[in-house]
Design a protein around this ligand. Structure first.
Ligand SMILES: [Zn+2]
Ligand SMILES: [Zn+2]
Ligand SMILES: [Zn+2]
Length: 131
């Protein structure tokens, strides 16, 4: 039983290692059809708790999971999440955001979504302007 859990965790982790983009739960279900959704959700939750991944809800209400770069005990992310309007991929933009909040408030979470054209789609549009 324990062994199976570990194997499924490694499989989910591999999905994140393979992709530089945010993953929707459906992306992981489609990739790992041998595991049921409950198992995958449980693994995602444990990765969230462990600071391995972070979850961001996009402007259309979809949940995306992203690899964490330097979270261990505390999840803190002051970066944008970029959604490409052409390929619909989402990614972490690792530029720090400076957020100013009133004195005596404590900042815990930032959920910034920006959209536009990613560098890959932008490069394609330059080489093929008629597409
Ligand atoms: Zn994190
Ligand atoms: Zn794109
Ligand atoms: Zn992120």
């Amino acid at each position: 039983m324990m062994k199976r859990t570990t194997k499924s965790k490694i499989a989910v982790l591999d999905c994140f290692k393979k992709s530089n983009y945010g993953l929707k739960p459906e992306d992981i279900f489609n990739e790992l059809t041998q595991y049921d959704k409950v198992t995958i959700y449980r693994i995602l939750q444990s990765f969230l708790d462990d600071g391995i991944i972070h979850k961001v809800i996009s402007d259309d209400g979809t949940s995306y999971y992203f690899k964490c770069k330097s979270c261990e005990e505390v999840h803190f992310h002051n970066h944008y999440h970029f959604k490409c309007t052409v390929c619909h991929k989402v990614e972490c933009i690792n530029e720090e955001i400076e957020v100013k909040i009133p004195k005596d408030y404590i900042l815990q979470n930032i959920n910034f979504w920006i959209s536009g054209i990613c560098k890959i789609c932008n490069a394609k549009s330059i080489t093929a302007p008629n597409l």
